[in-house]
Design a protein around this ligand. Structure first.
Ligand SMILES: C[S@@+](CC[C@H](N)C(=O)[O-])C[C@H]1O[C@@H](n2cnc3c(N)ncnc32)[C@H](O)[C@@H]1O
Length: 452
């Protein structure tokens, strides 16, 4: 694909995301498949789209110094300018004059001469004068917000929750590349053989400290590996792998996965149970529940029965005291996965968090009676917001003194995580910078043992 077409495709994707017409990772995947891109073009397209999105607020700030405030530009022109600026400032592979030339060509085809002249003028001005120094912004919240492109409400919220140092580390890490990690299907291959085979194919692999089944891919596109193509590997962040590890499941158990799609954790649980027992997996959306069945089939896991349901109404289908283990991997703001899904930071509002917290509490309230007396509930989210994590758990335990945090949870954490900065009395909060994973929360709840 020519560089012109590639940048035009990047612009199409960015405009669609901006219009609310899709998620970055899905649109990039679609474009790669539809246009049959080679791995170099795939890399550049991903870099331009993700990079521009990741740094959108910073780029907006830079641009505001070069565009007359009264001038209202069409959204695609703004996006084209952000995208060009991103390449000029953060990518050194392509010379500025080539970036400017192609941006002008794109604007000629999409708009008219006036627009292309404007784009040319702005970008040449940036090239001549350079962008303003963000370190000179006085207000510390605004400075961090602009510098790392996170909305001010979010940086302020994190600063109040975790202080400046942790907030800075989270924000900076969100701008970096996260290594891909995979989980091996242990009933098909053992870890040693998997590592050998991948290394033979040229991949650089590291064993995960989160899960015996986990591997971190430090070099190579794992989607092209023979093991992945043959269904021996599942792509999963290491933090998510910790969930099934901490569930203490055994063969023959009856397990509920209340919010299961697309099934990453459900299938991991089935693997830990060596495909013996019963897993009832639910999701609010029928289409999504079908993804769980599909994933189970791909991995030859037969103990998973996936269905559509609102898990707040599972008492219609299951009696109290039914499940040995329950996983509530709750719907959440996703603020822990901003590296993979940067659009989230611009689309979420602070008011969403309270709404989600009340759904999360309701899920815990309605599902917990289904747990057996000696059973365990794992509650997890892929966010780093206290309101959705420890506050939900704390509220649940206040409302239901017959439940408690399972103290064994902390001792059973992988050794390297036991002294994590995110361990509190309510569970484990993983921050993206600490172990280079997603931001993630998990905890384990049991029923109090009744004494006479
Ligand atoms: C964080 S995702 C689950 C990810 C999944 N556990 C995995 O590891 O692949 C949360 C899921 O909960 C589902 N969900 C949201 N509200 C729900 C409800 N009331 N009942 C059941 N599922 C729900 C969403 O559709 C979404 O697929």
């Amino acid at each position: 694909m020519t560089k012109y077409l590639l940048r035009n495709t990047a612009l199409d994707i960015l405009v669609r995301i901006d219009e609310g017409g899709g998620f970055s990772h899905l649109l990039i995947d679609q474009a790669i498949k539809k246009k049959g891109l080679n791995s170099r073009d795939e890399g550049l397209l991903t870099e331009i789209v993700y990079g521009t999105l990741q740094r959108k607020l910073t780029l907006e700030y830079f641009l505001s110094h070069f565009v007359d405030k009264k001038r209202k530009l069409a959204p695609w022109v703004n996006m084209l300018l952000y995208m060009s600026l991103y390449q000029m400032i953060y990518l050194d592979k392509v010379p500025d004059h080539a970036i400017i030339h192609e941006s002008v060509e794109i604007s000629k085809k999409r708009g008219h001469r006036g627009i292309s002249g404007l784009v040319n003028g702005i970008l040449r001005n940036v090239q001549r004068k350079g962008v303003p120094n963000v370190d000179k912004i006085e207000d510390s919240v605004k400075r961090l917000s602009i510098k790392t492109s996170h909305p001010t409400w979010l940086t302020k919220r994190w600063m109040n929750m975790y202080g400046m140092d942790i907030t800075e580390a989270i924000c900076e890490t969100n701008l970096t590349h996260k290594p891909i990690s995979v989980r091996i299907q242990p009933m098909k291959i053992n870890k040693r053989d998997a590592v050998t085979q991948l290394e033979d194919e040229g991949f650089e692999i590291e064993e995960s400290i989160f899960s015996d089944q986990g591997l971190v891919v430090n070099k190579g596109n794992i989607l092209h590996s023979t093991l992945f193509k043959n269904g021996y590997l599942t792509i999963q962040d290491q933090s998510s792998m910790l969930v099934a590890e901490m569930m203490e499941v055994e063969k023959g158990m009856t397990v509920l996965d209340a919010c299961s799609a697309p099934g990453g954790k459900t299938t991991h649980i089935a693997e830990k149970m060596l495909n013996e027992g019963n897993i009832h997996a639910y999701d609010l959306h029928d289409k999504k529940a079908k993804l769980v069945s599909k994933k189970a089939l791909q991995l030859d896991l037969t103990i998973i029965e996936a269905k559509q349901a609102d898990s707040r109404e599972l008492n219609h289908y299951h009696k109290n005291d039914t499940f040995d283990r329950i996983l509530i991997d709750a719907p959440c703001s996703g603020l822990g996965v901003l590296r993979g899904k940067p659009d989230i930071k611009y689309n979420k509002a602070e008011s969403d968090i309270e709404k989600l917290a009340s759904i999360q509490l309701e899920l815990l309230e309605k599902i917990s009676p289904l747990l057996k007396g000696d059973g365990k509930i794992i509650y997890s989210t892929c966010t780093i917001d206290k309101a959705e994590n420890e506050k939900v758990v704390q509220q649940f335990l206040t409302n239901h003194p017959e439940y408690q945090i399972d103290e064994g949870f902390f001792d059973e954490l992988p050794e390297a995580l036991r002294n994590s900065i995110g361990v509190t009395e309510w569970g484990l909060q993983l921050f993206p910078h600490e172990f280079n994973t997603d931001g993630f929360f998990l905890t384990r709840i049991t029923k109090q043992i009744e004494t006479e």
